[in-house]
Design a protein. Structure first.
Length: 67
């Protein structure tokens, strides 16, 4: 799949009222109100959380208005 096609697909999915609700929920849980740091200083837990955050960054990057 080409990058342009991927960007269009993500926009079709997330630029609906339902898609916006799903995106907001994902951001709340895995991005905006989440930290990758672990209270126990557990590097595996931190890596896992950072992986979740990276997925959200990927989605949000595809949804930016850049051509």
């Amino acid at each position: 799949m080409l990058a342009k096609e991927r960007k269009e697909l993500y926009n079709v999915v997330f630029n609906t009222p339902e898609g916006n609700q799903v995106l907001a929920d994902l951001c709340k849980k895995y991005y905006v109100h989440s930290t990758t740091f672990s209270k126990e200083n557990n590097e595996y837990q931190m890596a896992y959380k950072e992986g979740q955050r990276r997925v959200m960054l990927y989605i949000l990057n595809l949804l930016e208005d850049k051509a």
